[in-house]
Write a protein of this length. Structure first.
Length: 204
């Protein structure tokens, strides 16, 4: 384990609901995703961290989510993207084959944050390490609702998330009483149908 991932674990805690990554999945993404990510998969599997606040995911399982959110947008002309992680509330982390960590979407709010890629091309291995080292609980804990949701609704499994009903995109309130535990992929695809994706400029 390298020092980048050790730092990630210090902040996020040990994995939960670890799933073994089959060799077929490793080979499916070899040459598309950084070798370092594939090594993390081999060593740690796909799993949750911070009690299920942050999840590494199988990009193949999340292809319907990717297609629903950016399949007909100009983002697909800029790079080939894969979803590599998500939060308990639907923060989606996209990885570009050429541009690395260059796009995030907050699905409940139907907005995205395209980022200027810092590590590109031959720097993607370092960029992947940096991706994990900068992750923290606060950026994924929407409105500091994770602990209350965990207490009320219970722990998530690898295919679940917390969803708002009515959805935030439909004007639903962002409070605990309107949260439910839902299937992640299905709910994320559903949210993509509710409102056009609002592209927000990153902070200067």
């Amino acid at each position: 384990m390298d020092e980048y991932f050790e730092y990630f674990l210090e902040k996020m805690g040990p994995p939960v609901h670890r799933r073994h990554v089959p060799s077929s999945s490793i080979e499916r993404f070899r040459g598309k995703l950084p070798d370092q990510l594939l090594k993390y998969w081999e060593e740690h599997g796909w799993c949750g961290y911070a009690d299920g606040l942050f999840w590494t995911v199988d990009p193949h399982e999340y292809e319907p989510v990717l297609e629903a959110w950016i399949g007909e947008t100009s983002f697909m002309e800029k790079d080939a993207y894969h979803i590599i992680a998500r939060s308990a509330f639907g923060e989606l982390y996209f990885w570009g084959e050429r541009t690395g960590e260059s796009l995030r979407i907050f699905a409940p709010g139907s907005y995205c944050l395209p980022n200027e890629a810092i590590f590109i091309e031959n720097e993607l291995e370092l960029g992947l390490r940096a991706f994990f080292s900068v992750r923290d609980r606060e950026e994924n804990d929407f409105a500091e609702m994770f602990s209350p949701a965990l207490g009320k609704l219970g722990r998530l499994t690898h295919d679940e998330m917390y969803g708002f009903f009515p959805a935030l995109a439909l004007g639903g309130p962002a409070n605990l009483s309107h949260l439910k535990k839902v299937k992640a992929v299905e709910h994320l695809v559903f949210l993509a149908q509710l409102s056009p994706l609002d592209v927000m400029a990153p902070p200067a």
